[in-house]
Write a protein that binds this ligand. Sequence first.
Ligand SMILES: NC(=O)C1=CN([C@@H]2O[C@H](COP(=O)(O)OP(=O)(O)OC[C@H]3O[C@@H](n4cnc5c(N)ncnc54)[C@H](OP(=O)(O)O)[C@@H]3O)[C@@H](O)[C@H]2O)C=CC1
Ligand SMILES: O=C(CO)COP(=O)(O)O
Length: 323
Amino acid sequence: MKFGVIGAGSWGCAFANLLVDNGQDVLVWARRKEVVFEINVLKKISYLNGIRPKFNASDNIQEVVDFSDYLVIAIPVQFIRENLSKIKYWDNVKGIVNLSKGLEIKTLKRVSEIIRDFVSIPYTVLSGPSHAEEVAENIPTAVTIAGENVEELQILFSNDYFRVYTSDDVVGIEISGALKNVMAIAAGVLDGLGGWDNSKAALMTRALYEMIKFGKIFGAQEKTFFGLSGVGDLMVTCNSRHSRNRLLGELIAKGQTLEEVMKNTKMVAEGMYTVKAVVELSLKRGIDMPISSEVFKILYANKNPRLSMLDLMRRPLKEEWYI
Ligand SMILES: NC(=O)C1=CN([C@@H]2O[C@H](COP(=O)(O)OP(=O)(O)OC[C@H]3O[C@@H](n4cnc5c(N)ncnc54)[C@H](OP(=O)(O)O)[C@@H]3O)[C@@H](O)[C@H]2O)C=CC1
Ligand SMILES: O=C(CO)COP(=O)(O)O
């Protein structure tokens, strides 16, 4: 099978290597010519130290689409629309596989909804605790896919280091994948303030609750949040040294501004965008989202992270579980 991968960042490249390991033909789209040169000629991936690309790349998006049976999306969510709009013909593509995690802030849409604005071909989302750095080193990883063609894709993607489960909950997988990035920023804030175990465990548990509350309003299934794309990805992202979202929160709590953090990294922390959509949607739909709302205030209203933590502790007392 031929896979075109849109995005030559860490996840696009790690996933492309996985596909090659599984015997698939792969062509990756990178927006910059220097990245194509690095991959095709220098055999380097600048986003993944020490990992050699097993695939070729092109900076011509239409060429990659024309090559593809399946098109894999692996670029930051805020740029999916602008890049899909460059594609003129979709004739060969039999399905889309989305690896990106977030909500579009301009439209408040999930990735499946953005894609439906362009084509109505089968859509599948893949999510779960899967840091690119570890997948690229063939470290055992498990993820979930939902959508169309999942039986075929489950077989094509699985191997001895990558185990793929299936689910019937596209909405739940997209929402849990998007929201865990916001929660990981909050976890990073705690790491920056003190790295306390009790506080981190409390935050992650209440974060899961908040994710479920939000997801159910949009038709997600509760059980999805207890699976790989929910609690699994929440655990990895809130705790991992690889997580860009967690690191963003940590650096802010240690005194850097958002602008400073962004200037010093080329990697995307999706939660800093998604939190805007989450707060807007929660206001529109009347969903109480205390952790997301504090993350928003810390990032965009210059709120002192210590005060955010205190404000969360001082909320009205209540039963633990009341959805
Ligand atoms: N990294 C991971 O472990 C995982 C990431 N994800 C998700 O995958 C998605 C991609 O993340 P990841 O690979 O980590 O990102 P990286 O930060 O590693 O790389 C970002 C990639 O997106 C490209 N890019 C940035 N801006 C644009 C633009 N305007 N148009 C086109 N391409 C652009 C960058 O190109 P350039 O180099 O030219 O700037 C680069 O190739 C995100 O939604 C993320 O949440 C999901 C699971 C695991
Ligand atoms: O989604 C991820 C791991 O599953 C990646 O998280 P970060 O973007 O925070 O690194």
